[in-house]
Structure formats: C-alpha cells, structure tokens
Design a protein around this ligand. Sequence first.
Ligand SMILES: [Ca+2]
Length: 92
Amino acid sequence: MPPKRGSVFNSGSKVDRRLELKKIFSIIDLDKSGTISLTELTSVLTANPNLKQFFEHRNASGSAFDPSSIFDSIDSNHDGSISWDEFQVSES
Ligand SMILES: [Ca+2]
C-alpha cells in the first residue's frame, strides 16, 4: 500500500495549489494533447463561470472578459499553445 498522500497537505497550501492547477489544466486541455490552445481556453472559460473566476486576476484593467489576452499572458514563449510548465509557472 503506497504512503498516504494526505500528509503533504499539512506542509502548506503550495501542494494544494499545484494539484488544483493540474486539475484545471487537464479540464481545459480538452483533447488531452498536453497543451492548451486558445480555442480550448476560450470554449472552456465560456462554459465554466467558475474557471473564469480563477483567471479573472489576469483580465487586464477590469475590461470585458478577454480569453485571448489571458492566453497571451500565460503563453510566455508565444508559440500559440500553453504547456503545463508555462501554466504552472504563471500561476504559482
Ligand atoms: Ca507556449
């Protein structure tokens, strides 16, 4: 039997945060390609108000919700897709 994972939760919120991010990433990665496209981000955010809230802090200047500006701010090497590394770094 593997060691209980529950113990890591006692070490602070950092691990919780990472698990949450991983979950969100896999929800947005609709085709499970391991990267997020703007199309995926847009359709998932449109369908999930809760996730929209998660990204709200990236929405520049409180203007109308704009998935493409959020996408650009996470896609740090601007290759048109968001990798787990980029996602993780941008939100941690
Ligand atoms: Ca990228």
